[in-house]
Design a protein around this ligand. Structure first.
Ligand code: APR
Length: 251
């Protein structure tokens, strides 16, 4: 699908040196990953994500929550980055100061080759000890019970931010700085439903950045956006890279 990228946006991006992009589940949707709010299938149908992704849920039934993330890791195993992820890698190569801020925990930006990523909500491929905080990407058998930390014996948990938990401070601070100091802020494939990630675009706008939103549907940010590119990020982003830098959009 040929998407018309506005000429003044193309010209502005050609001379921009500081760009920030916030991505949400919509960017991974074309890789075949359901967005966070899509209904789940199988035994997980009976649960709302909010009833699984919370400290209370983990305290109530750690094995249930651990198994849900194991199921989500399995679901991601066959999934690959899509042209939208690859286009963001291209943009990172072209823009001197590019910061990719993601709410996604699927690890697909990293898999696509993005280098400078701020994972605001953690990464589902990583777990950490709920006691001493030690990170690990390998753990013991989890058939019968949730594995424990080799350092302190504490119970392991997914290294993702749950409802009601604070975001990792360093990542959030860096994201706020990037939003406040950029010339262009992209909000891509996110409903803008969850704070504090949703406020980054407004922080950028308040500092005079050009706001570009890429989404299938309007969101609360749309009225403020200088450009609303209505469509699939996996189609729009490669087209934007082609129109601005003439490269193949990372396809
Ligand atoms: N291209 C562009 N946008 C898309 C596409 C696509 N192919 N597919 C879906 N979208 C848009 C939807 O219109 C919606 O606005 O992506 C957005 C997905 O919204 P959510 O499912 O709410 O995901 P997200 O915004 O990332 O959620 C934010 O909330 O649920 C918590 O921690 C979770 O990181 C998540 C955060």
């Amino acid at each position: 699908m040929k998407m018309d990228i506005p000429a003044d946006l193309i010209r502005f991006l050609q001379r921009s040196t500081r760009v920030a992009a916030l991505t949400g589940a919509g960017v991974s949707q074309e890789s075949g990953l359901r967005t966070f709010r899509d209904s789940q299938d199988g035994i997980w149908k009976q649960y709302r994500p909010e009833d699984l992704a919370s400290p209370e849920a983990f305290a109530r039934d750690p094995k249930l929550v651990w198994d849900w993330y194991a199921w989500r890791r399995e679901a991601i195993k066959g999934v690959r980055p899509n042209p939208g992820h690859h286009a963001l890698v291209e943009i990172e190569k072209k823009i001197p100061e590019f910061t990719l801020i993601t709410q996604n925990v699927d690890g697909l930006h990293r898999m696509a080759g993005s280098a400078k990523i701020l994972e605001l909500h953690g990464n589902i491929q990583r777990v950490r000890c709920s006691e001493c905080g030690t990170f690990t990407e390998t753990w013991g058998d989890d058939t019968e019970s949730v594995p424990c930390c080799e350092s302190c014996g504490g119970i392991l948990r997914p290294d993702v931010v749950w409802f009601g938990e604070n975001l990792p401070r360093a990542e959030l601070e860096a994201a706020i700085q990037a939003a406040r100091n950029c010339d262009v802020f992209f909000s891509i494939g996110t409903s803008g439903a969850v704070q504090p990630a949703a406020s980054l675009a407004f922080a950028a706008h308040n500092k005079g950045a050009v706001l570009v939103e890429i989404n299938l549907d309007p969101t609360p940010l749309t009225p403020k956006a200088d450009f609303f590119l209505h469509g699939k990020s996996g189609e729009i982003l490669p087209e934007l890279v082609r129109m601005v830098w003439g490269t193949d959009g990372g396809l």
